[in-house]
Design a protein around this ligand. Structure first.
Ligand SMILES: Cc1ncc(COP(=O)(O)O)c(C=O)c1O
Length: 303
């Protein structure tokens, strides 16, 4: 049988058309009084399905949880909440734009290092002092895995706060993401993720020890309407699927491995220690001009 690999979106576990999950949404729409109202999550009460899901997901992850409107909103809101003018923010040059957006609103001192250049990161911290260090577990631009052990060591040595964006690993590197897979979850003060990847919905998430503090200081939480009831029903249902999706995760990595192997026969593939789904290709044409193509792979037909 011939397989195809679908390269055009981030539905890593091929869940967007999951019949049971869709049915849960349909049933809820039919049985409830509607889609709920669009309002700031600031006005949610404890018994609300949104608050209950946050509580359940937080308990499962081992921290408190904040469900945001998107991965972008989660990162922007987190920067609002934890940064004040004059704070040092240490960023990799390939860090996602959402962090820069949140940092700009707080007038922090941003110190950038070249992609994965940890000597430069350390030099920056030595020069400017402790601050907030932000990394992506899997960089969306390069496909590289962050060497979390090394980053945790730096964070500890220089008393920095560590934020890890797990957008491309949450639900993919095991169900709880890369830091959990490495046993380093307790060293990460703030884990964020877009749910538009493995969870196949536009929403975002933050895990931390004090979600209320983040919420109460995040403009995106207070001043923008939160997720709709139907979104919550989807996340609730898909979460159960993602937790049990070891077969899908294995197939995804197999597909990634296959693609990397085949592509590496015709082009240089930037290698990371672990096989991963983001594939970065470095072509070196005869003219010596270098250009990069970045492809998120999401296998469709292999399931
Ligand atoms: C690493 C990373 N963080 C955050 C986001 C933003 O997520 P969302 O699309 O849910 O706003 C993305 C989106 O691609 C991403 O790759």
């Amino acid at each position: 049988m011939q397989h195809s690999i679908f390269l055009c979106d981030n539905d890593y576990l091929n869940l967007i058309n999951h019949k049971d999950v869709i049915q849960r949404q349909v049933d809820d729409l039919e049985s409830s009084v509607g889609r709920g109202v669009a309002k700031s999550s600031f006005f949610l009460s404890d018994g609300d399905p949104h608050s209950c899901l946050e509580k359940d997901m937080g308990d499962w992850f081992g921290k408190e949880c904040y469900l945001a409107q998107s991965g972008y909103a989660a990162n922007v809101g987190l920067m609002h909440a934890i940064c004040r003018p004059g704070v040092n923010a240490y960023v990799d040059q390939f860090l996602h734009m959402s962090f820069y957006d949140g940092l700009a609103a707080r007038h922090v001192n941003v110190h950038s290092n070249k992609h994965k250049n940890f000597a430069q990161l350390e030099a920056n911290i030595r020069m400017h002092g402790p601050g907030v260090t932000m990394v992506e577990s899997v960089y969306s631009i390069s496909g590289a895995l962050a060497p979390l052990e090394q980053i945790v060591r730096i964070k500890k040595q220089y008393s920095c706060v560590l934020v890890v964006d797990e957008s491309h690993s949450f639900g993919v590197s095991g169900s709880k993401g890369y830091a959990h897979m490495m046993g380093l979850q307790d060293r990460v003060v703030f884990a964020t993720a877009s749910l538009a990847k493995a969870y196949a919905i536009r929403a975002g998430i933050i895990f931390t020890s004090n979600a209320l503090h983040v919420k109460e200081n995040s403009f995106t939480y207070i001043f923008s309407s939160g997720l709709m009831r139907n979104d919550i029903v989807w996340i609730c249902a898909i979460w159960e699927v993602v937790k049990a999706a070891n077969d899908r995760r294995r197939k995804l990595l197999d597909a990634s491995h296959l693609l990397r192997t085949e592509v590496s026969k015709v082009a240089d593939v930037i290698k990371s220690k672990l096989l991963f789904l983001l594939l970065s290709l470095a072509f070196v044409p005869k003219t010596k001009r270098r250009w990069l193509a970045f492809i998120d792979i999401s296998p469709l037909m292999v399931f």
